[in-house]
Design a protein around this ligand. Structure first.
Ligand code: HEC
Length: 190
């Protein structure tokens, strides 16, 4: 694991947080679609345009080991790229099976909404209040344990993220970060 990049961070103060959020909004980068896809998106893409509730339920009700999920994903045509396969397998490992109440209430039109947020969505929504996403996430090179350790610092322990969300975030980030600087919109490179 390489040494975590130092963040010299004046963002402790709410005023700075407001500046950081305002900068993101002004930059006009509206969503996280520039980042590598997360497991929720990859699963929905893999299921195709009109996923059947039964096929979805089969996946969403399984408890598999990491290795079993890797072979479930390997057997599917999509996603094709190795990194996306790894991202999807990690997402399924962390997030499946879905709670039984969710499984019982599944409807064809709202399958996407039944799925927990993936690492990409969590990063975009949870990591920009106090400092830039670029310095704290997009340029960080860490393994899964390195990302888990990040959550242990006093200022991160308080984050409103469940243990499951933290694990999803850690696994997504270990596979997909750091990004190449040129793939990050210039407005976010601060
Ligand atoms: C409530 C405010 C807050 C939020 C939200 C937050 N951080 Fe931080 N983060 C901090 C503070 C404060 C520091 C300390 C900066 C310093 O070194 O002075 C920091 C530092 C860091 C560092 C460098 C130090 C370390 O712990 O390794 C990383 C990496 C980091 N944050 C990642 C993240 C990620 C990823 C998220 C989203 C999951 C996140 N942060 C969300 C407050 C926050």
């Amino acid at each position: 694991m390489s040494a975590p990049r130092r963040l010299r961070c004046p963002w402790r103060h709410a005023a700075w947080a407001a500046v950081a959020v305002a900068a993101v909004t002004q930059a006009g980068v509206e969503d996280e679609s520039f980042m590598p896809k997360g497991g929720r998106t990859l699963l929905l893409e893999s299921l195709g345009q009109r996923p059947g509730v039964e096929e979805f339920r089969q996946i969403a009700s399984a408890s598999n080991t990491d290795a079993q999920w890797a072979s479930v994903v390997a057997a599917r045509a999509k996603p094709a790229a190795d990194r996306e396969k790894a991202t999807l397998a990690a997402y399924l490992s962390v997030n499946m099976p879905l709670p039984s109440a969710t499984l019982q209430a599944l409807k064809a039109e709202t399958l996407g909404a039944a799925l927990p947020r993936d690492g990409r969505e969590l990063a975009w929504n949870q990591c920009q209040f106090c400092h830039s996403l670029f310095a704290s996430h997009l340029t960080q090179d860490r393994d899964v344990q390195g990302w888990r350790n990040m959550f242990l610092s006093p200022f991160h322990r308080e984050l409103k993220m469940t243990p499951q969300e933290r694990e999803e975030f850690a696994r997504y980030s270990a596979i997909n970060m750091p990004m190449k600087v040129e793939d990050v919109p210039p407005e976010l490179r601060f």
